[in-house]
Each structure stands twice: as C-alpha cells, then as structure tokens.
Unconditional design. Structure first.
Length: 419
C-alpha cells in the first residue's frame, strides 16, 4: 500500500496548463468515481483550485503512471504537455505536504486561510463520491487538526500581506466597529474584489461599488449584498461614505480635492477614511490637506505589508515545527495499523486452534469420558497448539544466532531474564 500525492501548482506550472487540469465542481463527482475505479487505486480525492490541482490516492503499488494516464484521458491532454510540471509525494512526504498545504505554508500568499476551506471541500466531495477509505479519511482529519493547531498556536494569519488586507486592517484600527460604516469601493478589479471580501468577512453591512462599467460593478456588488453605481453617479453618493477605497486603471484622478471637500461639508465634517491603491493615483494628493480626511496611498501600506510578511515568515518557522510533530503522530498511527493486522491474524490463528481443541473435547464428552479428564486434556492440547509455532520459531532463531528475535520474544511474552 502506498499513499501518493500527484499535482501541479503555481510555482512551476503556467496558467495555460493549470486551467486545463482544473476539475470544476460539476464534473468532480464523476471524475472521482472514474479515478477510484482504476484497479490499482483503492482511495482517491482531488483538490482543484486556481493555483493548484492535486490528486491524493492510496495505491496497491507504487506506480503513479496509472494516474498520469487517467489525467491525460480525462482532460484530453497529451501527457508530455503537463508531466514536466508534475510533482509527487509519497507516504511521510505526502503527510507533511498535505499539512503544509492546509496550513497555508505552500500558498502564493503565505498563511492565506482560504486553502483550508478548499481542502475541506475536497474532502467532503470525496466523501460524497464514496472514494475515501480508512487511510485517506484519517489523513484528511489529521490534516485539518494540524492546520487548526498552526492557526491557533502561531501568528501565521494575523498580519496583513496584501494591500487589500492592510487597508481593511487599518480601517479596523480607525473605526470601533466596521459593521456600522458605509464603504464605497471604486473599481471592479481583483484588488477591489479582495478588499470587498475582507470587509464583508469583517461584518460591514453597506458596500457600494462604483465603476465605469455598471454591469461589472453590479456583478461584484451582488456577491456581497451591495449595490452598484457608475462613476458619473459618484458625486451624489460620496458623502455617504465613511470609508473609500479606490483601485482603477484610470490615467487621471477619479476624485479631486473639490469633490471630496464638498462631500465633507455634506457630512458636517464627520471623518472619512480614504485609501488610494491605484498607480497612477485615483485620488488627488491635495485631498490629504483637507481636515477630517485620512488619506493613505499604496506606498503607505507597503511598509505594513512588508512587516506582515516578515511576521508570517517567523510564524512559518514555528508552524514547520508543529507540522513535523503532527506528521510523526500520524506516521505512528500508520505504523500501528501494520501491527494491528498482525494482531488480527494472530488472534484468528489462536481462535482456529481453540475451535479444534474444543471440537475434540466435545467429542470426548459425547463418548462418556469424565469431564475432569476432558478439561485436563483440553488445557494441555490448547497450550501445545498455541505454543508450538512460537517455540519452533524461537528454536530456529537460536540455531541461526538471531539473538534479536530471541530477545524480542522474551519482551513480547514478558519473560523474566534468565539468572
């Protein structure tokens, strides 16, 4: 039996390959079933995200080629196109790899928490497909436990490592409660989407998305129970905003000093927190001169991001120690399973000897042999049966000078050392 992880990720594989090896949710169940029905595969799960696709399998042998052939057939791609980017991990390396992935140590953004949720989804989908068994099921559960311990015992996820995260963290320092604030996000690109996601997770209730294209603004706002406006409508809504975050590709400022000054007057000088994440700037630099305006640029946040990265790197060192310990715990469980199968076989052999002795004893009773004599013979017969094979093996070990086996026998049967 071999536990194997086979995959590609953002480190080496280009997007053009990653997207061809992606497994959308609508085909995942059928794909898992196909993979699991390969004769050599006894358990299977698939993790598929924008940054990685990984196949976790228990195989009867050590041959990963069956998985490669299946991927090529399922995704209709020539193996030569993706095999140069593949990596594989087996047994103890696999265990450590899964723990690192779930803890965010193998992510593009160190310590990001989304991957743990994605791994839990992969586990749930494999459970629903019926493709998990004893070993992968236990490994996933231990993976989640290890990742939780990393999150609890280290600061791996506490420091901002993106400008969007840094902006939200700064807003939390300025406002007592984000849930009571109104935010206007200008733009509809990746940075604004990430900012909206962070704000939404922090409980903010009112999100307005302003964009040059209304349809894009509406599609993004719908994800966070917000509403959309066009940039031309911005002057009519700016005074509503307690928080403004802007990130567009505009070559000219979106918000000038005059427009912001007018909004502040409408707000009766209630403070406004503004973050300009665009290059070139979306908000005129002169806005910073206005009273009751707290304006930060992308350069102001970069120091926070760099400090966050350093903090996470330090936390990652602690996390690696936790993972090493947790991996050893799982390996100990795996080793115990090997011992368990030996115990099961030994007990089965003992029961067989017992049944033979008992059958012989019952026959003697039926022939009228006195019960005392039957019990005595049963005890002698069963003792001889149970000890015959171990005695023969120990005798052969002594003749072959296998002193280690003789010593092991004394330890297993807890025999006192000879005087």
């Amino acid at each position: 039996m071999t536990l194997l992880a086979l995959g590609i990720n953002y480190n080496d594989a280009p997007l053009s390959i990653r997207e061809r090896l992606a497994f959308p949710a609508e085909i995942l169940n059928a794909s898992l079933q196909e993979l699991w029905h390969i004769r050599e595969i006894t358990e299977a799960a698939i993790l598929s995200t924008c940054n990685r696709t990984e196949f976790y399998c228990e195989l009867e042998n050590n041959d990963q080629q069956v998985i490669i052939d299946w991927i090529a057939d399922n995704r209709r791609i020539n193996p030569r196109e993706f095999t140069p980017y593949l990596y594989s991990h087996r047994d103890d390396q696999l265990i450590r790899h899964m723990f690192r992935v779930a803890s965010g140590l193998d992510s593009m953004i160190l310590g990001e928490p989304q991957i743990l949720g994605q791994m839990k989804t992969a586990y749930q989908q494999a459970c629903a497909a019926g493709t998990l068994g004893k070993y992968l099921c236990k490994l996933f559960q231990h993976t989640f436990s290890a990742a939780k311990k990393v999150r609890t015992d280290t600061a791996i996820g506490s420091s901002p490592v993106s400008v969007a995260f840094a902006a939200v963290r700064l807003a939390q320092q300025i406002f007592d409660s984000l849930s009571e604030q109104t935010v206007i996000l200008i733009g509809a690109g990746e940075t604004i989407e990430l900012t909206a996601r962070h704000l939404y997770q922090q409980g903010i209730q009112r999100i307005v998305i302003a964009n040059r294209t209304f349809d894009k603004a509406h599609a993004l706002a719908a994800q966070f129970n917000g509403y959309a406006i066009t940039l031309s409508e911005l002057p009519n809504h700016l005074a509503e905003a307690d928080i403004v975050v802007s990130s567009t590709a505009s070559q000219l400022p979106i918000l000038g000093k005059g427009l912001v000054e007018s909004a502040i007057k409408k707000r009766r000088h209630k403070p406004m927190f503004m973050v300009d994440l665009a290059v070139p700037r979306d908000i005129e630099a002169e806005v910073e001169q206005l009273d009751d305006i707290y304006l930060y640029t992308i350069d102001d946040l970069r120091n926070t991001v760099n400090e966050g990265l350093n903090s996470r790197r330090e936390a990652a060192e602690q996390a690696e120690e936790i993972i090493a310990t947790e991996a050893e715990h799982f390996l100990a469980w795996l080793r115990s399973q090997d011992a368990q199968s030996t115990i099961v076989d030994m007990r089965q052999q003992a029961r067989h000897s017992r049944d033979e002795a008992l059958t012989r004893a019952m026959a003697m009773l039926n022939r009228g042999v006195p019960a005392e004599e039957v019990l005595s013979r049963l005890a002698d017969n069963l003792t001889n049966k149970l000890l015959h094979i171990p005695s023969t093996q120990i005798r052969q070990a002594g003749a072959s000078e296998r002193h280690d086996l003789v010593a092991a026998a004394r330890e297993i049967f807890k025999l006192q050392d000879p005087q």
